[in-house]
Design a protein around this ligand. Sequence first.
Ligand code: NDP
Length: 444
Amino acid sequence: MSYVDEVLEIVQKKNADQPEFLQAVTEVLDSLRPVIDANEELYRKNAILERITEPDRQIIFRVPWVDDKGQVQVNRAFRVQFNNAIGPYKGGLRLHPSVNLGIIKFLGFEQIFKNALTTLPIGGGKGGCDFDPKGKSDREIMAFCQSFMTELCKYIGADVDVPAGDIGTGAREIGYMFGQFKRIRGSYEGVLTGKGLTYGGSLVRTEATGYGLLYLTEELMKCHGESMQGKTVCVSGAGNVAIYAIQKAHQMGAKVVTCSDSTGWIYDPDGIDVDLLKDIKEVKRARLTEYAAAKPNAQYHEGRGVWQIKCDIALPCATQNELLLEDAKQLVANGCKAVCEGANMPTTLDATKYLQENGVWFVGGKAANAGGVATSALEMSQNSERLSWSFEEVDAKLKNIMVTIYHNIDDAAKRYGAEGDYVAGANIAGFEKVVQAMLAQGVC
Ligand code: NDP
């Protein structure tokens, strides 16, 4: 049996109840086969695959907090510190009722390779809690965030582990968490990224994942002799990534005609009105039905369905496993040329395979949405320097990083005879960097 298959079997036995984690490990290890086969003896002797699939540590803790009725509520929280071979652990905090250890492990595992791809010195980690921020008052959010950080602050630090936002964790939550960290640890340090601009945040961080996704997509199109100008784009999601992806796509001359949230989706043939969307989602924190109410030409549909709309480019920006095989078939039938993932693992394995086999240029989230964490690393640099860079400076660095990522994954795929397989290219490029560091640092 090959080394990859042996390790996949071990990982499956040890983590049988974590389907998302198994999905992520299978996707990564499968695509790494050419690299691993070429170095099998060295990697086997050093147990590289066993080590890279087992987190350094997994912290699970209780978060008690008091709701507005005076009732004590209890949630379960996680921080998975996966691999710090190339820098401090780095990865977001997800607040969503679906959060469990398997989901945090899948995200932390993917983060190792994504962070390596950014070309910046950051390791992989992820955290979160099964707390649902929806419908909570501002006071309840603060009570939760303070209790969450009261425990988490024991395990993080500017040179140790630097969490950030993710689903459900935006600027407001990061602010409350930062305040509590400072209060308990008495240290003013860049322990979280995604901070407000008045206390150490970086310009462009809010826009970074969406903008970065478009910078990479534009480069992909350019290298295939195409441009963004005049292209029709379908986006899913209506959160941080989706909003700024739509904004940048419009700035590049494309037209985004869809967006979605967890209850329904919008088709707007005139192009999504970003200001209206921002007002509904960022200010009012309301449903997309309000979008259709304000725009007579737009249609609102319950449930899922953005991928049935004809487009040149599809950008899934909502959540994991939201682009299924049937959606992939529809996209191909509609002549879609490129799919770039703004969310983490939004496309199922069979859908990815179908898209790739049918000539769609497919760039997975590890590369395509790395702009968020890359800009977080730029925030860390500014915090260390005690300086703030201008919007233009950070934006230029972000663009340069995304273009570099595209060429690095393209080159890595070509080196292993998999030209055009950007999923393999991303995994290989990220893996090579982390493994070199692991080998240099001995058994640890
Ligand atoms: P947000 O919480 O800001 O937005 C998520 C959006 O997706 C919301 O509009 C939400 O709907 C929608 N959504 C959630 N679940 C579903 C579902 N099952 N079906 C359809 N829509 C759904 O999160 P982000 O935009 O920050 O993150 C989106 C994705 O991007 C995640 O996978 C995240 O891990 C990834 N990512 C985020 C980065 C960042 O910098 N923010 C960086 C890299 C990756 P509703 O409005 O109803 O809640």
